[in-house]
Design a protein around this ligand. Structure first.
Ligand SMILES: C[S@@+](CC[C@H](N)C(=O)[O-])C[C@H]1O[C@@H](n2cnc3c(N)ncnc32)[C@H](O)[C@@H]1O
Length: 239
C-alpha cells in the first residue's frame, strides 16, 4: 500500500478529513524527519509506513474526539519531533500553534519542518513547561493543550493545565497505562481546576494498537502556586 493511501484511508477511518495538499505536507514532514534523524535523535520509528501510522495517524486521532475545533490557540507540551502538534496543525491550518520543548535541538528541527511545509502562525518555545506555565503571555491563554508521551498523568496535568483558559480543554494521549494513572491523578486534576469530561479509546488504523485519549475541561482557574518550580512536579507529584 502506498504511503499516501495509508494517510488517506487511515484518516477516513478516524473520521478526519484531509486533502491531497495536506497529504503532501505530511509526506514532506516524513522526509525531513527521517533525514534529520540520521544526525540527531528524533524518533525510534524509522520505517516510513510506521511513521504514517504511529506518528501521523496517531496524532490526527486527537481530532476524532470532537473537542478540537478548526480555530483557536493550541499548545503542544513536550512536542519532541512535533507530535501531536504538527500533524494537527497540518490538518487544522487555522489553529494558532505553539510548540514547546525543553530540548533546543528539537526546536531547530521543528522550525525547518514548518518552513518547508509552509505552516504559518506557529510559535516555538524552548524551555520547561513549569517556567512557561508561570509566564503571563502563556498562562491560561490557550483553548487547547495537547501532549503525548511526556510524563505520568499526575505530573503531566501540572505541566499542561496552567496553559489552558477556563472553558478550554487538555487533550491527553496515553497508552493503556492511563487506567492505572488516572486514579492517581484525580486529585491533581481537581486542584489544578480541571474536570475529566471524556475518555476515548482509539483503534489505530493498520495496526493492532489501542490508545486512549483523556479529555480534561478547565472549569476553574489554576491556583497561582502551580506549576511549581522546574523539576518539582516530577519529584513530588501532587497527591
Ligand atoms: C518522549 S518525548 C515525546 C515527544 C512527542 N510528544 C512524541 O510523542 O513523539 C518527550 C519530550 O518531552 C520533552 N519534555 C519533557 N519534560 C518537559 C518539560 N518539563 N518541559 C518541556 N518539555 C519537556 C522532552 O524534551 C521530549 O522532547
Amino acid at each position: 500500500m502506498e504511503l499516501k493511501d495509508i494517510l488517506k484511508d487511515g484518516s477516513k477511518e478516524l473520521n478526519v478529513e484531509i486533502t491531497g495538499y495536506q497529504v503532501d505536507q505530511l509526506i514532506k514532514y516524513k522526509d525531513i524527519l527521517l533525514e534529520w534523524n540520521q544526525k540527531m535523535n528524533l524518533t525510534a520509528i524509522e520505517e516510513e509506513k510506521e511513521v504514517m501510522i504511529k506518528h501521523f495517524l496517531d496524532s490526527l486521532s486527537c481530532i476524532q474526539t470532537k473537542y478540537l475545533k478548526t480555530e483557536g490557540r493550541m499548545i503542544d507540551v513536550g512536542t519532541g519531533a512535533g507530535f501531536p502538534g504538527v500533524p494537527l496543525k497540518i490538518a487544522l491550518p487555522n489553529i494558532e500553534l505553539t510548540l514547546l520543548d525543553s530540548l533546543k535541538k528539537r526546536i531547530g528541527f521543528l522550525e525547518e519542518v514548518c518552513r518547508e511545509t509552509n505552516l504559518i502562525n506557529v510559535e516555538f518555545l524552548h524551555g520547561r513547561a513549569e517556567d512557561f506555565g508561570q509566564n503571563k503571555a502563556h498562562r491560561e491563554k490557550y483553548d487547547y493543550a495537547v501532549s503525548r508521551a511526556v510524563a505520568a498523568l499526575n505530573i503531566l496535568v501540572e505541566y499542561c493545565l496552567p496553559f489552558v483558559k477556563v472553558g478550554g480543554y487538555f487533550i491527553c494521549q496515553k497508552g493503556p497505562g492511563l487506567i492505572e494513572e488516572l486514579p492517581e491523578a484525580k486529585n491533581a486534576i481537581k486542584i489544578l481546576g480541571g474536570e475529566v469530561v471524556d475518555q476515548i479509546v482509539i483503534d489505530l488504523p493498520f495496526s493492532d494498537i489501542t490508545h486512549h485519549i483523556l479529555v480534561i475541561k478547565k472549569i476553574k482557574q489554576t491556583p497561582i502556586k502551580y506549576p511549581r518550580k522546574a523539576g518539582k512536579p516530577s519529584k513530588e507529584p501532587i497527591k
